[in-house]
Design a binder for this molecule. Sequence first.
Ligand SMILES: [Zn+2]
Ligand SMILES: [Zn+2]
Length: 286
Amino acid sequence: MRTDETMVDWKLTFLGTAASAMSLQQNPTTLLVTVGNNHVLIECAEGTTRRLIEAGIDMKAIDKVFISHGHNDHFIGIMTFLWQNVLVARREAPLEIIAPGYVLDRITTLFKLTSTPDDFINFELRFTDIDAEELFSEHELLFTPSPGTINGWKMTRRHAPLVHDPAAHAIRIDIKDEDDVHVVSFCYACDTSPTDSVARLAEGCDYLIHEATLLDEDIELATRINHSTPSGVGQVASLAGVENLVLVHYSLSLAGKEEVLKEQAKRTFAGNIIIARDMMSLPLEQ
Ligand SMILES: [Zn+2]
Ligand SMILES: [Zn+2]
């Protein structure tokens, strides 16, 4: 990470950190990447729109939405987000949704299920199908109205397959300055069992943001339902050689046991370990 981070003003906010459900303290897992005045939303769980309002984010300044897979806790907030963009934010700029093809199909179905009129979305909605793209290859994220490079930075994305059912993808985002110099990189993997594909995608990242749905003592259940436990995630982080491991998407039953999650990840990872909390932002304030 560059020490003169003020050159490119970036932030990653956890709008939600829970697995599968919600409490007053935790929304289901959703992240917001902010660079300058542009945002990329990672997942769109139920409650995301309300969290964005709480965080004071201008909805129409979100250019991209990445959705990892088709489980309820990762994308069911999308219709509320779209309706809010039309009715309140009065969006005009295009919005790109990047997701596996079957998720894009389900969003199209949601338009029908929610009786959303055909002409209701009065801005351009672009669908990018990850399945149709070469995994691990780098794609530049172009922002509206101007590419990031014009504003002194650029952002790229890469994806890798996860071990989950239904099919899920990880995303790696690299932010560079206008001279192509590295500013920060993070990889988000959720939901999945620990897998080499994430270690490969996250290689050398500043932050690996990985699910840890259950504790090590529940490894059998976690494996059966394609989720991870802290020491399995620590192994992936060690293999990838990342600086910071951020655990997210932990079960509501683990609220108050954040230190246990951390201790278990320490069994296999010697770097810095952070337990994500709702409305926390990276970089952490010193
Ligand atoms: Zn989930
Ligand atoms: Zn899932």
